[in-house]
Design a protein around this ligand. Structure first.
Ligand SMILES: Cc1cc2nc3c(=O)[nH]c(=O)nc-3n(C[C@H](O)[C@H](O)[C@H](O)COP(=O)(O)OP(=O)(O)OC[C@H]3O[C@@H](n4cnc5c(N)ncnc54)[C@H](O)[C@@H]3O)c2cc1C
Length: 432
């Protein structure tokens, strides 16, 4: 058997940390998942519900507080609900009343899009906002209650190879290499996917030249000038401006406000510090929002540290790599966050894949082909929506004026209708 992949040394610092390793008798029919992020954990749950045995390998020692806030739209919450995860998120997530667009310079309201009850009535599931760590916790806790899901941390999948009997996966666990057999390997290993780059013709994720700055602040510390800019109630608010935008919404049961500010990378490709010091914050980041409303400036200075996330994307999504190797989530289609759909697409991929595999029984090759076809079309449409949002959010000059006129005057019902294809979608049904 020819093995693909690359040798990888585990970070020695991780080795001493807590290990989760619930051992099970090796099962050659099991499905092996590389990565216990949003995509990997959701897939494990969806497969387990359909009777499959699942083994997840996660290279990190702990599934910790990585990331920041996430908006999760009804196309994903309907799936989380079926998996029992939405219930677990009930106390930490928030259902915003509306999504509001405002002008970054004047603070003027451009669009007020009520979403609270509408999401459930029209699209059959809620629109929620939460911390990524709360979502990952809810997925993990649900997974731990399934006896046919085994999770092994500190375990990086480094190589794989297939033969008629199935797939052989090599895993670096502490200082030794383990071998595991399964029927299928799913790479849910994120934007830097080893599973994807192990193939010679693989596309690598491309840097967009744009950075998302993320921070959060306790509600009681919000400056008055910023509070005055907020519409009444609990909302997702986006401020638009030339080449940049800022989004704010509540997380952690509404105790904190999460911020995402997206702007061009003025460092011209030099490495960003993981967290900024106040000087680079002032020089490189706040400067981008120079002409913006005072309330926005005030909150940006208070809500520190800001963590920089360089934004990467792939030009083409790619699901099936080999007969027994499939990618899902960011590994298959890293995308920019303008449509707030990266995690939602990871959740859709996972449920669609489980559905396709269960419906097609032993006919996996055709199931995977069909899955790949349906998901490529769907993700392509979402990526195009993201590109459109990018243009609209960051418009300047006459284009910005035209955008503002359209947003102010177009009936809200027309905007609502324009989201039916996105939020009303049921990924499981589409893959049956
Ligand atoms: C600024 C910003 C804002 C965003 N906002 C939203 C939003 O509002 N709504 C939304 O839906 N999405 C949003 N997203 C996107 C979303 O965060 C991602 O799309 C999503 O987290 C991807 O999940 P994943 O499981 O595919 O990958 P990840 O979460 O990256 O998980 C991959 C996992 O694989 C593990 N791994 C890697 N290599 C190996 C290996 N060799 N072996 C074993 N394990 C391995 C990693 O340690 C990790 O745990 C946003 C993204 C950004 C940057």
């Amino acid at each position: 058997m020819h093995l693909r992949g690359q040798g990888r040394r585990l970070n020695a610092a991780l080795i001493d940390l807590k290990t989760e390793r619930n051992r099970r008798v090796p099962n050659p029919d099991q499905i092996i998942i590389a990565g216990a992020g949003i995509a990997g954990l959701t897939l494990a749950l969806a497969l387990s519900k359909k009777g499959f045995a699942v083994q997840i390998f996660e290279k990190s020692a702990t599934l910790a507080e990585i990331g920041a806030g996430l908006q999760i739209s009804p196309n994903a919450t309907r799936l989380l609900d079926r998996l029992g995860v939405l219930e677990r998120l009930k106390y930490s997530s928030v259902e915003p009343e509306a999504i509001c667009l405002q002008d970054g310079a004047s603070g003027e309201r451009l669009l007020h899009f009520p979403i609270g009850n509408r999401a459930k009535e029209r699209w059959g599931a809620p629109y929620i906002v939460c911390h990524r760590a709360d979502l990952q916790d809810a997925l993990l806790n649900e997974a731990r209650s399934h006896p046919n899901i085994a999770i092994q941390l500190q375990s990086a999948v480094t190589q794989h190879g297939a033969d008629a009997a199935g797939i052989l996966v090599r895993v670096q666990y502490h200082d030794r290499i383990e071998e595991h057999r399964g029927a299928l390997l799913v790479g849910a290993d994120g934007v830097w996917s080893n599973m994807r780059t192990a193939t010679s013709d693989a596309e690598r994720a491309r840097y967009t030249g744009t950075v998302a700055w993320r921070s959060s602040i306790a509600v009681e510390h919000l400056p008055a000038s910023f509070k005055a800019l907020l519409p009444p109630g609990t909302n997702v608010v986006a401020w638009t401006g030339a080449n940049a935008h800022l989004i704010a919404y509540p997380i952690r049961s509404g105790q904190m406000i999460n911020f995402v500010a997206v702007a061009p990378d003025r460092q011209n490709g030099r490495r960003w510090d993981v967290q900024t010091n106040p000087d680079s914050l002032n020089q490189n980041f706040i400067r981008e929002f120079a002409g913006w409303h005072r309330g926005i400036h005030d909150v940006m200075l208070i809500a520190r540290p800001w963590t920089a996330w360089r934004l990467f994307e792939m030009k083409k999504c790619r699901f099936q790599i080999e007969d027994r190797l499939v990618l899902i989530g960011d590994a298959a289609h890293a995308m920019t966050p303008y449509a707030a759909q990266g995690a939602a697409m990871a959740i859709e991929d996972a449920c669609a894949l489980a559905s396709a595999l269960s419906v097609n029984g032993t006919m996996w090759p055709s199931a995977l082909e069909q899955f790949s076809k349906v998901r490529t079309k769907r993700v392509g449409a979402v990526v195009r929506r993201g590109a459109l949002n990018h243009l609209a959010y960051h418009a300047k000059g006459p284009v910005a004026v035209a955008r503002n006129i359209l947003l102010r005057n177009r009936p809200v019902e027309k905007f609502v209708k324009g989201f039916d294809w996105l939020y009303g979608y049921d990924a499981e049904k589409e893959n049956k």
